[in-house]
Design a protein around this ligand. Structure first.
Ligand code: DON
Length: 315
């Protein structure tokens, strides 16, 4: 069901004040700096774009800002790996459980046998998923990932931000060590550096809130783009992706987000959040200042306010 006329009016009335109130939270957060290029993002930017199943859009704040998808991309590489390999092969390599640890933790890879990542949305899990994407070499895999993302966003100009890609690849000591540990645990197929190349590339795909909203809309509509009628993802894989978004999408703040917002969501360290009102609308948010768990501090605040005002929680 699309947003009602009343809801659209309410959103348009609320947004200017809610965006400014949430933007003020940025003072208590910090842009990511462990990928040096991300530290250049505007600290107190905040933008949101929503698009409902009829194509009606509502947006506010700095919604024209470009940023890289970072961990948000993990939802869609998971889906591509499922489409390439099927459910059984994918879940031999990654689990289905939240960790309660930080997104870049490798603690449980050693502690908990058989040493497969707990889920596909932590870094270790997404690196394992990158090794499952079909293609003869990293270039072919990267091209397949990009064209899948372009189809989902309905935007064939989506591209890799090579400055962010190089910045991450040059400094990724932790992810690299995770890749080699996964290889030793028998989780990764092929050359570790090739797998990491695919992972760093998909994290560095540049988008706006509008692109995220459009990609989320496909998930909200069970895999079919409601604006073109094109079936892009089998419904079962959307169901798996949305479930992971609820249980692990906001990392070790997923429980709190489920209580305060109550929607499937995925964050990234560039400050992006992709979320949706299932059956109704896709939502993209950006606010580069992060909280201690690595989620956009202003973005989470804005979604909490809107979810309360519009009664969006699924629970
Ligand atoms: O691997 C990394 O650390 C980044 N490319 C992505 C991490 C990320 O976005 C975690 N998000 N909260």
């Amino acid at each position: 069901m699309p947003f009602t006329k009343h809801e659209i009016e309410l959103l348009n009335n609320l947004l200017p004040n809610e965006v400014e109130a949430s933007r003020a939270r940025a003072a208590y957060g910090k842009t990511a700096s462990y990928i040096p290029e991300l530290a250049k993002a505007p600290q107190d930017a905040l933008g949101i774009h929503m698009i409902d199943v009829d194509g009606t859009t509502v947006s506010g704040g700095d919604c024209g800002l470009s940023f890289t998808m970072q961990s948000i991309s993990k939802v869609f590489t998971l889906i591509l790996a499922l489409m390439d390999n099927g459910e059984q092969a994918v879940f031999e390599k990654v689990g289905m459980e939240p960790t309660g640890d930080n997104f870049n933790s490798m603690l449980k890879l050693e502690l908990v046998r058989p040493g497969i990542p707990f889920n596909p949305l932590i870094n270790a899990g997404a690196i394992a998923i990158s090794s499952l994407i079909h293609g003869n070499n990293p270039a072919e895999k990267n091209a397949r990932v990009l064209s899948f993302f372009q189809a989902l966003a309905g935007n064939d100009t989506l591209a890799y931000d090579m400055d962010v890609y190089r910045s991450e690849s040059d400094t990724a000591n932790l992810n690299r060590s995770m890749g080699y540990l996964l290889k030793d645990n028998g989780v990764l197929e092929g050359n570790v550096e090739d797998v990491l190349d695919v992972y760093f590339h998909h994290c560095s795909i540049s988008v706006t809130c509008g692109d995220l909203a459009r990609m989320a809309l496909v998930l909200a509509n069970n895999g079919t783009d409601p604006l073109t009628g094109t079936a892009l993802i089998p419904r079962r894989y959307v169901q798996i992706a949305k479930t992971f978004m609820v249980t692990c999408g906001m990392y070790n703040a997923s429980g709190e987000f489920a209580i305060q917002v109550g929607l499937p969501a995925k964050s990234g360290v560039s400050g992006g959040i992709l979320t949706m009102v299932p059956g109704r609308a896709g939502i993209g948010v950006v606010g580069p200042a992060l909280n201690a768990k690595g989620n956009s501090i202003s973005g989470v605040h804005l979604l909490e306010s809107l979810s309360r005002e519009l009664d969006w929680s699924l629970f």
